[in-house]
Design a protein around this ligand. Structure first.
Ligand SMILES: [Zn+2]
Length: 325
């Protein structure tokens, strides 16, 4: 019996030892698990904090862009960041790429000046793409003030019926640019281009009674965007008795962010003397106020130059074309 008790005691003692061992091994497992979970929690919290920080930063930048837009300031910067078209509408990625590419094309103006005939006089043509816009009336007022005529390569906008009419009534040339100005639509094929230009022609005819026949290709005839062969488009214009014009002086108001009025004036006046016939590219677009602000200094400087006139483009104008036969 006593032997049995001893055995029981021994059994009790070894039972306690096992319990203690179990407790130790449980703690030994628990500590690394807790440590691991704490580290994971810290990482999760860190990631959350960084992301919230980024979001706040992004919102601040977005707010800055919106504030700038309110001030009618950097149209270009905003359009690059937010991928918007000439009307300020958001576009898909492929159109955004085309718009960026067109901006580069518009800044290059290689012109074979073989036909730069002079007869002792220098001719300057002020041309405005993408209008009408909220700026059209201001541009027309300035042209009127100096008594000079220009050329407007317009798109179709229901918002500005009076401005198309005023362009014609004031004696400027109403040129055709594009109905939709959507690169990935108009340059899809020859038929797509024909459709777009016919739509614009009819839109302008109905509104103003003008049978327009002067054309400027979006991005120019030397653009690198078109899926259709540009020569086919040019042949089509020939068949229709239409004449297209590119430019040999770029004001730079569409590329590389916001430009000040004096930068735009310098871009123009540094280059306008190079040719006997200068076709200057400007943009008539909302937010491009510095283009309008630059006009008086540009016009005054040109009018002060010897034997120099400012004219609207007509079919008789020397063909300033990047692609020609
Ligand atoms: Zn354009």
């Amino acid at each position: 019996m006593s032997q049995n008790n001893m055995e029981t005691d021994n059994n009790g003692e070894s039972g306690n030892k096992i319990k203690r061992a179990k407790k130790r091994s449980f703690i030994e497992i628990l500590i690394p698990v807790l440590t691991f979970m704490t580290i994971v929690n810290c990482i999760v919290i860190l990631v959350l904090v960084v992301n919230i920080g980024k979001k706040v930063n992004g919102l601040e930048q977005r707010l800055l862009v919106l504030q700038n837009n309110d001030a009618d300031e950097p149209y270009q910067e905003a359009s690059v960041m937010m991928s918007t078209d000439i009307n300020g509408n958001t576009v898909d990625e492929s159109e955004a790429v085309d718009i960026a590419e067109a901006a580069v094309c518009e800044n290059s103006h290689v012109w074979d000046d073989r036909e730069d005939s002079s007869a002792g006089i220098k001719r300057v043509y002020l041309t405005f793409d993408d209008g009408p816009s909220a700026n059209t009336d201001r541009i027309l007022d300035i042209l009127d003030q100096y008594g000079v005529k220009a050329t407007f390569f317009v798109v179709a906008k229901d918002k500005y019926p009076e401005q198309y009419k005023r362009i014609v009534a004031d004696g400027h040339t109403l040129g055709m640019h594009s109905y939709s100005h959507k690169y990935n639509e108009i340059y899809e094929s020859l038929d797509a281009y024909k459709h777009d230009l016919t739509q614009l022609h009819d839109f302008l005819y109905e509104l103003t009674g003008e049978d327009c026949n002067i054309v400027r290709f979006p991005g120019g005839s030397s653009n690198t965007i078109s899926k259709a062969d540009m020569w086919e488009l040019i042949d089509y214009l020939d068949e229709e008795g239409m004449v297209y014009f590119d430019w040999n002086v770029s004001s730079g108001d569409a590329t590389g962010g916001h430009k000040s009025a004096s930068q735009i004036a310098r871009n123009v006046l540094d280059n306008v003397g190079k040719y006997n016939n200068s076709v200057i590219l400007f943009h008539d677009a909302a937010g491009k106020d510095s283009t309008v602000d630059a006009l008086p200094m540009i016009i005054e400087a040109i009018l002060e130059s010897d034997n120099t006139v400012i004219l609207p483009i007509s079919k008789d104008t020397v063909r300033v074309q990047h692609l020609h036969k």
